[in-house]
Design a protein. Structure first.
Length: 145
C-alpha cells in the first residue's frame, strides 16, 4: 500500500443560517486540513511522481480568505453587494465543517480523475478538516478511478 499525506492551513469566514447560537453571525476560523490518499500502487507521471502535493494543497488553499456560503445565503450571492471572487459555494444547507470536508474530498477525487482517468484503480481518500482546536470532521471514502 502506498500513501500520500498533505497538510494545509487556510482562513475563511462563514455563518450558519438558522443556527440558534452565535454561529449564525459571520465569523472566521483558521482551518487545518489533512488529505490522505492511498492505493496499492500509485501510477507515476513522466517525472516518476504520483500526485503533486502542491495540487492537493491548492484545493484547500483555494478556500483561503474566502467566505464560505451555500445557495441559501442569498445576501452574499448578490454580486451587486458582494464580490463573487470572494466566495466559495458549497453544496448543502450551510457551510459546516462537514460540507467543507465533502467539498475538499470531491475536488481531490476530481484531481485524481483528471491525472489518471479510467485506470480502474481503487483509492482510499480521507479528508480531515479541523474547524477549531476541538472540532474535527472526517470524510473517508473508497473511490474507483
Amino acid at each position: 500500500m502506498e500513501k500520500i499525506i498533505v497538510h494545509a492551513k487556510f482562513h475563511t469566514g462563514h455563518r450558519q443560517l438558522g443556527y440558534p447560537g452565535k454561529c449564525r453571525w459571520v465569523h472566521g476560523h483558521t482551518w487545518r486540513g489533512t488529505v490522505t490518499v492511498s492505493t496499492e500502487a500509485f501510477p507515476r507521471d513522466a517525472l516518476d511522481m504520483s500526485l503533486d502535493f502542491g495540487d492537493i494543497k491548492a484545493i484547500m488553499r483555494a478556500l483561503d480568505h474566502k467566505l464560505l456560503v451555500t445557495d441559501q445565503d442569498t445576501a452574499f450571492l448578490d454580486p451587486s453587494l458582494f464580490e463573487p471572487e470572494g466566495l466559495v459555494r458549497l453544496e448543502g444547507k450551510g457551510p459546516s465543517v462537514e460540507n467543507v470536508a465533502t467539498y475538499v474530498h470531491g475536488h481531490v477525487v476530481q484531481l485524481i480523475e483528471r491525472k489518471y482517468p479510467g485506470r480502474g484503480l481503487r483509492y482510499q481518500v480521507e479528508v480531515l478538516i479541523q474547524e477549531t482546536e476541538n472540532n474535527i470532521f472526517i470524510v473517508d471514502k473508497t473511490v474507483t478511478v
